[in-house]
Design a protein around this ligand. Structure first.
Ligand SMILES: Cc1cc2nc3c(=O)[nH]c(=O)nc-3n(C[C@H](O)[C@H](O)[C@H](O)COP(=O)(O)OP(=O)(O)OC[C@H]3O[C@@H](n4cnc5c(N)ncnc54)[C@H](O)[C@@H]3O)c2cc1C
Length: 452
């Protein structure tokens, strides 16, 4: 087939990477179409001007130790955009006080009691220290929620004060809606390998110490990456166009509003993937429909200089505190390039899985809550110079216990059908690097089917 027509549904980072990879593999002659239901590309990546300069109001970083982002930035000639954090440490707000974030934990799960000294009470510290003496019942290949595993071994305080704040930051979820296998795969592997205690499993699962920075970001925001991907993909882009009515057309596919095409990649969130797959791949649709989403809101604040923000990268909030916000990123402290600006930047995040009430509150209320909670936690009362409210309905998929099985069944159902692939945050990681990897894999698979 010399000039195939392929459609990428969804213009988030996954869809854009997919389209770019398809352009490289299928060549200049291929017709590559991106259908994006909203009026802008980027999905959960969005950069807006705030007090005159670009600010990310969706994802604001990526895991720098994974190879995908540095490699992609290099390919696109954007290496000069790559920046690393200043090295300030985050804090945890628990028991109405600020605590340094413990070091040496796996997503807040300690490898020894001392790591949580000061954050949890002495009874809990004693319990952690005694944990290796208790027999551990772990079913090889099994799965439970992180809350169940950590709660039964170390107690509730470790869940609420150490694990929940970290999981809330990454997944907008809590440890009772996060499955061990999907959210902490190295821990699940250590338990499968017969680690005799949770402490020992955490020790084995912790990444080896490294001096390379954990996170990276783009100097001028993710918008720069979106623009570069759009250019490199050289695709026919339909904004404001929801794909629908996906069905088989002989050996080809049909999708509204494009018509017949040779192949497709669905790079959309789980509920939309379920709706699109309903007729064509019902077994896949059934699995996608089992992945729930959590909604959240980001309130970005530009404060006057010398507003008194603490010299920390951010503040994560334990569950059960008398606050609406679940986390603050102190962007001007976290990123050296943002520290140079004329204003001090901070982001407040609201909304956890099952607690979407605030997502539709009006902007003024959300800004007022962000200011009130920031004042409670840090004492900063400065009037913002500018503010931006970004709602993320269905922002993040929840990887509950059993998520890996759902994904395996979904991918198997789709693999049974020629010329269609799924990709994106619902599958093998919500982070941007995982989405880049997912789009790359989907494009390679589709290329084999379409061009092979
Ligand atoms: C508040 C927040 C903060 C985050 N912070 C970080 C971070 O710091 N670091 C990190 O690595 N990750 C972070 N993430 C996660 C990461 O941003 C996302 O998981 C990732 O951007 C998802 O990309 P995607 O392309 O798979 O999906 P999406 O971004 O959801 O894109 C899917 C696109 O499909 C479109 N669509 C849906 N249905 C249809 C249809 N029928 N037809 C056409 N188009 C359709 C949607 O409009 C959307 O544009 C964060 C997420 C959120 C919400």
């Amino acid at each position: 087939m010399s000039t195939p027509t392929v459609v990428v549904v969804g213009g988030g980072v996954t869809g854009l990477v997919t389209a770019y990879r398809l352009r490289t593999s299928l060549g200049a002659g291929a017709r590559i179409v991106i259908l994006e239901q909203s009026d802008r590309l980027g999905g959960k990546l969005r950069t807006v001007p705030l007090a005159g300069d670009p600010v990310d109001v969706g994802a604001e970083a990526f895991i720098g130790r994974r190879p995908e982002m540095p490699a992609l930035l290099d390919e696109l000639g954007l290496t000069d955009q790559l920046v690393y954090p200043a090295g300030a440490r985050p804090l945890i707000y628990a028991g109405a006080e600020l605590h340094p974030m413990p070091g040496g934990t796996l997503m807040g799960i300690p490898a020894d009691a001392q790591a949580l000294a000061g954050l949890v009470d002495t009874a809990t510290l004693d319990r952690i220290a005694a944990e290796p003496d208790l027999p551990l019942h772990w079913e090889r290949g099994g799965d439970v929620s992180v809350a169940e595993l950590v709660g039964t071994r170390f107690g509730e305080q470790v869940v609420r004060r150490s694990v929940d704040p970290l999981l809330g930051g990454v997944y907008s979820g809590l440890s009772d809606t996060a499955g061990v296998r999907a959210t902490l795969p190295t821990l699940a592997a250590a338990l499968d390998d017969g680690a005799p205690s949770l402490i020992e499993a955490v020790r084995r699962a912790l990444p080896s110490p490294s001096t390379s920075p954990v996170f990276g970001t783009l100097r001028d925001g993710y918008g720069v990456l979106l623009d570069a991907l759009e250019r490199a993909a050289d695709a026919e882009i339909h904004r404001g166009t929801a794909a629908s009515a996906l069905r088989r057309a002989g050996r080809r596919w049909s999708i509204d509003p494009i018509g017949e095409v040779d192949g497709l990649v669905l790079a959309v969130p789980a509920p939309q993937a379920a709706a699109l797959l309903a007729d064509a791949v019902p077994a896949g649709a059934e699995q996608a429909a089992r992945i729930p989403l959590a909604s959240s809101v980001v309130v970005a604040l530009a404060l006057p200089r010398d507003s008194g923000l603490p010299r920390n990268s951010g503040i994560l909030v334990a569950t059960g505190e008398d606050l609406s916000a679940k986390a603050f990123t102190l962007s001007s402290r976290k990123w050296p390039h943002l520290a140079e600006r004329d204003v001090e930047l901070a982001r407040a995040s609201f909304g956890r899985f099952g607690d979407a009430g605030l997502v539709d509150a009006d902007d003024d209320l959300l800004i007022a809550l962000a200011r009130k909670d920031l004042a409670t936690v840090t004492g900063v009362t400065a009037e913002p110079v500018a503010a931006f409210v970004q709602r993320w309905h269905g922002g993040l998929p929840q990887y509950r216990a059993g998520h890996d099985e759902i994904v395996a069944a979904l991918e198997a159902a789709v693999a049974d059908v020629d010329g269609i692939e799924v990709a994106g945050a619902m599958l093998h990681g919500v982070g941007v690097p995982a989405c880049v990897a997912s789009g790359t894999t989907a494009a390679a698979r589709l290329t084999t089917r379409v061009a092979g």
